[in-house]
Design a protein around this ligand. Structure first.
Ligand code: DP6
Length: 334
């Protein structure tokens, strides 16, 4: 079953013509605490395992989409060339929803995540685009269906449809109709995410290719699904009891295990730079001094810190070059 059929299945006869002048939406970026690494279906971005993330509050993508003379993608105020990889991916995604029409669309997207933080913008980008299309076409789809559509743009975008903690179910349906993310109904107002701003090193291989290589060549990868399953259980418990040490320890171990499977691939995949290791050692030293401070990392050299408000000033002092995100900035009724 291909992407077009899967999209048709979700839309099930709803409009494929604009119902208004333009569609607008915001979607937050997200960082996985238990990672998505490896696909069981590459065309539909169906994962081998479930994954669990936290969204980054107001850091994300604001997107407007409207009919135009030709397809255009404007990213942070600059129009990208039609043959740019990002444009090609965005227009291939839009093709899923405009079969048989001559409709051309202009996408205008502003992403407010600092590039040096190394937070993938594709998750927020594809989620905001999906929500903006829902607005333009008047689909009124439920979050679950929107998550399925966003997933076909980029897997991690499935987790950016709504804010907060998100659990993306791997599912086992071949069409992926049970592979969507849904919110975990818990907030944690004192939780903080630190984005350590490092220079991007030379561009290593993309995550799409790297996860394919890992799944295909790493013997360690066999142990990965069970590890993620156990880590998700532990993180869910940590969220319920607001236990930063269990949350942090589990997320850090999960990220390091993912990187271990990459190192075990052939040819090996190593995203780390010298600064990455410096940050890790510094975090481990601060933990010796009783800070509840942990790391997570994705397909790049950057490090993201996990901690709570109680340690926020110590963390900013240790990392002057940090951007601190409050995922639940709107507080908590209880
Ligand atoms: C390391 O969602 O960018 O950030 O589905 O191929 O678009 P595609 O991959 P993508 O991969 C994200 C990988 C990760 C871990 C995670 O976010 O769970």
């Amino acid at each position: 079953l291909n992407r077009f059929e899967a999209a048709r299945h979700v839309l099930d006869g709803t409009a494929r013509e604009p119902q208004r002048e333009q569609g607008c939406a915001f979607a937050p970026s997200n960082i996985a605490l238990c990672k998505y690494w490896g696909k069981r279906n590459e065309e539909l971005n169906l994962p081998v395992t479930s994954s669990l993330s936290i969204s980054l509050g107001d850091l994300g993508a604001h997107t407007t989409v409207k009919p135009a003379e030709k397809d255009r993608l404007i990213l942070n105020g600059r129009e990208l060339a039609a043959n740019d990889k990002i444009s090609e991916r965005a227009f291939a995604f839009i093709d899923l929803f405009r079969t048989g029409t001559a409709l051309r669309l202009e996408i205008d997207s502003t992403i407010n995540i600092p590039v040096a933080a190394g937070v993938a913008s594709s998750a927020a980008g594809f989620a905001a685009l999906t929500l903006a299309l829902d607005d333009l076409f008047g689909w009124n789809l439920a979050p679950r269906q929107l998550s399925i559509l966003a997933r076909m743009g980029s897997g991690s975008a499935a987790r950016s449809i709504t804010p907060g903690f998100m659990l993306w179910h791997a599912g086992n349906d071949e069409q992926g109709m049970d592979s969507y993310a849904e919110p975990i109904q818990e907030t944690w107002p004192t939780l903080r995410i630190g984005l350590v701003l490092l220079c991007e090193g030379e561009k290593a291989i993309g995550s799409r290719e790297a996860m394919k290589r890992t799944r295909g060549t790493s013997a360690l990868y066999q142990a990965w699904p069970r590890k993620v399953y156990e880590d998700i259980t532990a993180v869910r418990h940590a969220i319920e009891t607001r236990d930063i040490d269990i949350l942090g320890r589990t997320a850090e171990s999960n990220a390091l295990a993912m990187h271990a499977t990459m190192l075990d691939s052939w040819p090996p995949v190593l995203y780390w730079q010298a600064e990455t290791i410096e940050v890790l050692r510094k975090v481990w030293a601060l933990r010796e001094e009783d800070l509840s401070l942990y790391i997570t990392m994705d397909a790049g050299p950057n490090v993201k810190l996990l901690f709570t408000e109680a340690d926020a000033s110590a963390v900013s002092e240790a990392f002057p070059n940090i951007q601190i995100v409050t995922p639940f900035a709107n507080g908590d009724p209880d």
